[in-house]
Design a protein around this ligand. Structure first.
Ligand code: SF4
Length: 231
């Protein structure tokens, strides 16, 4: 925990210099809350009953300008089955004593994902797509993709998606639906129930888009509906 404090101090000082916060008290409270989250995160990692061990950090693909990427990263984007090309960076990959590998995407907010899902209607894609991207970069099978809500706000909960035949089929179907829309150039505004409520683009779309889209011919939105119904 001394090393953690030392690193936090180092990063906080650097960011303080860069951001010049207006109210010192608010800044210090924010740093203390990060410290508490990190300590609990580290305690849980050390006590992990399944003994997952970190092996790769910031494994990037197609982000050659990343300063802190893992040395196994790929400078080029990776193509997953179906031909979708991905760029990104995976926070952490670990291996367990049985040799299985899982990818983790750290989340700092509240838990948004359902308890059981695969791609969550196309809204929660990281576990499956990151796992497939990692397979392509490392040339190793990935056992699972995981969202880890690693703060008090997220209750240190995790959501794990096993990379099995169902997950691979879901990814292929997702890619096919996106490809169909790209080929047709068809991207209608078709928000799901209450999706507009908290959307940053509401100012652009106006307050009636959800109501307006309900009267559009449903036949043209069939693929989108299929995607939204996928687990
Ligand atoms: S506000 Fe616009 S962009 Fe946002 S969900 Fe609604 S229709 Fe979509």
């Amino acid at each position: 925990s001394d090393l953690l404090d030392e690193k936090l101090k180092e990063v906080a000082e650097r960011q303080h210099e860069e951001l010049a916060p207006a109210i010192e008290r608010v800044w210090l409270d924010g740093i203390e809350s990060i410290r508490a989250d990190l300590r609990e995160w580290m305690r849980r990692a050390a006590d992990d009953p399944e003994h997952w061990r970190p092996e790769w950090f910031e494994l990037a693909f197609g982000l050659s300008d990343r300063a802190h990427r893992d040395p196994h990263s790929s400078a080029d984007p990776v193509a997953i089955e179906g031909g979708l090309s991905l760029r990104g960076s995976i926070d952490l990959l670990e291996r367990d004593p049985a040799g299985r590998i899982r990818v983790t995407d750290h989340k700092t907010g509240k838990v948004r994902a359902e308890k059981n899902f695969v791609i969550g209607g196309g809204k929660t894609l990281q576990p499956v797509l990151y796992a497939l991207a990692a397979e392509s970069v490392l040339k190793e099978k990935i056992y699972a993709g995981r969202l880890y809500y690693c703060t008090a706000a997220g209750g240190y909960e995790e959501r794990v998606v096993e990379i099995n035949d169902e997950a691979r089929a879901a990814s292929r179907k997702f890619v096919a639906i996106i490809k169909e829309a790209l080929t047709a150039g068809f991207f209608p505004a078709a928000p799901d129930d209450r999706e507009c409520d908290w959307c940053d683009y509401k100012r652009v779309c106006g307050p009636y888009e959800e109501r307006r889209s309900k009267i559009k011919p449903a036949a043209r939105l069939k693929s989108l509906k299929t995607l939204r119904e996928m687990p």
